[in-house]
Design a protein around this ligand. Structure first.
Ligand code: TYD
Length: 215
């Protein structure tokens, strides 16, 4: 049995990743794969309970508490959902993962990269996604999209400068890991974004080492 692949979607709130995530799920299912779609924070019963606390705008917390809860939810998510699925050959698509901690808790809240790297090392060692799509949009555009959507959560209530720092931290991560993180210009019309996503995914698929027959 070949181990599955782990694909993550990232972007500031309102970058439009959800639509494309659904497309990718169907694309992979059409290839006959088992696909597990999940999200962070969340993905398990405990993780979803932590998500409620993390997104509740009435719940104040220290930035490091926020980071610790994100990684606590992630530890559970890896143990209960992500790693078992990959082990049985399923492909896992997660709406956000550790890059979000570096972008939001690091860039946004100003927590040091060194501390976040320690948590990352503790919780996931060398494990990281095989492919990450980062949807990049200017803060003003993401704002328009989020405002028309619904009641704002604890992160969505943050200032434009917070989101600008989050965006810059994501772009910095993309420069740091150019083999893994692909930047998609999410400000283009939806069809153009979809084409860009499809190209990246098809390329990833085409370049996979194929299982040697008879092994
Ligand atoms: P989001 O993924 O935007 O879900 P929805 O589309 O339902 O709003 O919400 C999750 C929020 O959590 C988002 O604002 C980013 C934040 N977040 C972090 O700050 N750090 C993390 O490590 C993760 C995974 C998410």
């Amino acid at each position: 049995m070949q181990r599955g692949k782990f694909i993550t979607f990232e972007g500031i709130d309102g970058a439009g990743k959800s639509t494309h995530l659904a497309w990718l799920e169907h694309y992979l299912q059409d290839k006959g794969l088992e696909v597990v779609v999940t999200r962070e924070p969340g993905g398990t019963a405990l993780g979803e309970a932590l998500r409620q606390l993390l997104l509740d705008h009435r719940q104040a917390m220290h930035p490091e508490t926020e980071a610790l809860l994100m990684f606590a939810a992630r530890r559970e998510h890896l143990d209960k959902v992500i790693l078992p699925a990959l082990d049985r050959g399923a492909w896992v698509i997660s709406d956000r993962f550790t890059d979000a901690s570096f972008a939001y808790q690091g860039g946004g809240r100003g927590m040091s990269t060194e501390k976040l790297e320690k948590l990352e090392q503790w919780v996931q060692a060398e494990f990281s996604p095989d492919l990450t799509l980062y949807f990049d949009v200017p803060v003003t555009l993401s704002r328009e999209r989020v405002q028309s959507a619904r009641v704002a959560d604890r992160f969505e209530r943050e200032t434009d400068s917070f989101f600008e720092r989050v965006r810059q931290a994501y772009l910095q991560r993309a420069r740091q890991f150019p083999q893994r993180i692909w930047v998609v210009d999410g400000s283009q019309p939806m069809t153009a974004v979809k084409t860009a996503v499809a190209e990246i995914v098809e390329d990833f698929w085409a370049n996979l080492p194929k299982a040697a027959s008879g092994d």
